[in-house]
Design a protein around this ligand. Structure first.
Ligand SMILES: [Cu+2]
Length: 229
């Protein structure tokens, strides 16, 4: 009993509680979290059906002495069953595909420079730091200040190798590729301070390639831009 309790608690002990990605602080992040929950839910239904049938068959067809010389009758397919287990997965896949394709395409980074909506922020990655440039030209290293509720268009680039921009609470991961500019939108960030990191192993100091994102009120953001122009 004790053993099972320990095994059951393992996921919690492993630090799986309070997963930042699932506690999203932007519309972009919420959409990603929704996809995770949605596919997890669908998988759980499949898992439950499989396990229930498994348990049922194990019990129903277990070895019995009185059936020692029993020979099951020959069957030649079962159209109903075969149709069921062909059509059902197709329906499940369609149900899974619709929101996944919709959100993934909507959120996927663009290579064209014509980002339309929102405010533009430059994100330059290099070994081993991030440089963020604000619309007024102000730059800061490893610190990104954003106004709440805006649509933020990031213009990501890399000075050396491939890095990956990731703020688990807001959005990501977006690869920054040398010689190429990519734009990526973060919609409607909520007030707060969030941790960001490089999510692509990029060299010896990769683990130290962290940054902070502070989402502040519109007013505080204007004040921030005014300071040290
Ligand atoms: Cu990196």
């Amino acid at each position: 009993m004790k053993k099972w309790l320990v095994i059951g608690l393992l996921p919690l002990l492993a630090g799986c509680s309070g997963i930042t990605v699932l506690d999203a602080k932007s519309t972009t992040g919420e959409e990603q979290a929704y996809l995770i929950w949605f596919s997890l839910g669908l998988m759980m239904i499949v898992l439950a059906v499989v396990f229930i049938l498994f348990a049922r068959f194990v019990i129903k067809y277990r070895y019995k002495k009185e059936k020692d010389d029993f020979l099951p009758e020959d069957v030649k397919g079962n159209l109903k069953l075969e149709l069921t287990w062909t059509i059902l997965p197709i329906i499940l896949l369609i149900v899974l595909a619709v929101p996944t394709i919709q959100i993934t395409y909507d959120q996927s980074p663009q290579t064209s420079a014509d980002a339309d909506a929102g405010m533009d922020i430059g994100v330059a990655a290099e070994q081993f730091k991030w440089t963020f440039s604000q619309p007024n030209g102000k730059t800061e290293e490893n610190k990104l200040v954003l106004p709440e509720g805006e649509t933020v268009t990031l213009h990501l680039s890399s000075k050396d190798v491939i890095h990956s921009f990731w703020v688990p609470a807001l959005a990501g991961k977006i690869d920054t590729i040398p010689g190429k500019q990519v734009t990526y939108e973060i919609k409607n960030p909520k007030k707060g301070t969030y941790k960001g990191k490089c999510a692509e192993y990029c060299g010896i100091q990769h683990a130290n390639m962290v940054f902070e994102v502070r989402v502040v009120s519109q007013k505080a953001y204007r004040t921030y831009l005014e300071e040290m122009k």
